[in-house]
Design a protein around this ligand. Structure first.
Ligand code: FES
Length: 280
């Protein structure tokens, strides 16, 4: 059993939990994920590792409350335990040898981008971070990004915090100001990663994106998380989740995620109703 040591709401729908999981913490690296189950009969939920502390044996996850599984997870409080917490899974984000990097995070994707920025900062790299949210009330991890970034650009769609505009505009401005990045690492909604990759392709800057398709078993067996990258089929759970942004077929990934959206919405509604009635 995996005890929840700390739980905190980061905004109205995003929650951070720090979990006692010494064996996962010992091997965890930024970019990897875990699969958890709140209870014995609960849905399996894949979540990227947001932070870890090897000395304390803890792993931090950040999740958005979007359906019955995460609603159930959110009912657990400090001192209670998760039934399963399996990982670390997937391939760590490559950070070795990078001297100057721009991290671009969008929405709850910033939870995944932050440990990457932190690791690069601790390794002595120059880190510029561009983070984007719809509005001020949805901003997460601003202080954390500030503490590991040599330059931080905060963007909101409505201008209620930081600068009004898209992350792509801030990224392009930084590039045009003469910043020469070894790599841009973009983590957020598919459409954001697609347009970040288009910007960087123009300037010939290597770009890594973190893909987060539907995952079921997390072991490469079910095919749920397949993507086309450079004309080849890849599985995000074992080949990724990081891929070369200039090679990912984003249009196909967006079409597939759209295909699942209606099905998911129905399943989520049905599951939420059962959950509210206490039947699951
Ligand atoms: Fe099943 Fe990746 S989650 S193949």
């Amino acid at each position: 059993m995996f005890e929840i040591l700390e739980k905190r709401a980061l905004n109205p729908t995003v929650v951070r939990m720090t979990v006692s999981a010494p064996r996962v913490a010992r091997k965890a690296e930024p970019g990897q994920f875990i699969i958890l189950r709140a209870g014995e009969n609960s849905e399996r939920i894949p979540l990227t590792i947001a932070d870890y502390n090897r000395d304390q044996g803890t792993v931090t996850i950040i999740f958005q409350i979007v359906g019955a599984g995460t609603m159930e997870l959110n009912t657990l409080n400090e001192g209670e335990c998760l039934h399963d917490f399996v990982g670390p899974l997937g391939t760590p984000t490559h950070t070795e040898g990078l001297k100057k990097v721009c991290i671009v995070g969008g929405g709850v994707g910033c939870a995944i981008a932050y440990p990457v920025a932190k690791k690069l900062h601790e390794a002595g790299a120059v880190v510029h971070s561009v983070v984007g949210f719809r509005s001020k009330d949805l901003v997460i991890l601003e202080d954390e990004f500030d503490s590991v970034s040599d330059e931080l650009r905060m963007m909101t769609d409505d201008g209620s915090h930081g600068q009004k505009g898209l992350v792509t505009a801030a990224l392009e401005e930084l590039i045009q100001n003469g910043n020469q990045y070894d790599e841009v690492i973009a983590i957020g909604p598919l459409v954001m990663m697609k347009f970040v990759s288009q910007v960087t392709k123009k300037y010939g800057i290597k770009t890594i994106v973190s893909m987060n398709p539907i995952m079921i078993d997390g072991t490469g067996m079910c095919g749920g998380c397949r993507l086309t990258v450079g004309g080849e089929t890849k599985f995000a759970c074992v080949d990724g989740p990081d891929f070369d942004g200039h090679l990912v077929d984003f249009d196909e990934a967006m079409a597939r995620s759209g295909m699942y959206r209606d099905f998911e919405a129905h399943a989520r509604e049905a599951a939420c109703n059962l959950f509210r009635k206490g039947e699951i």
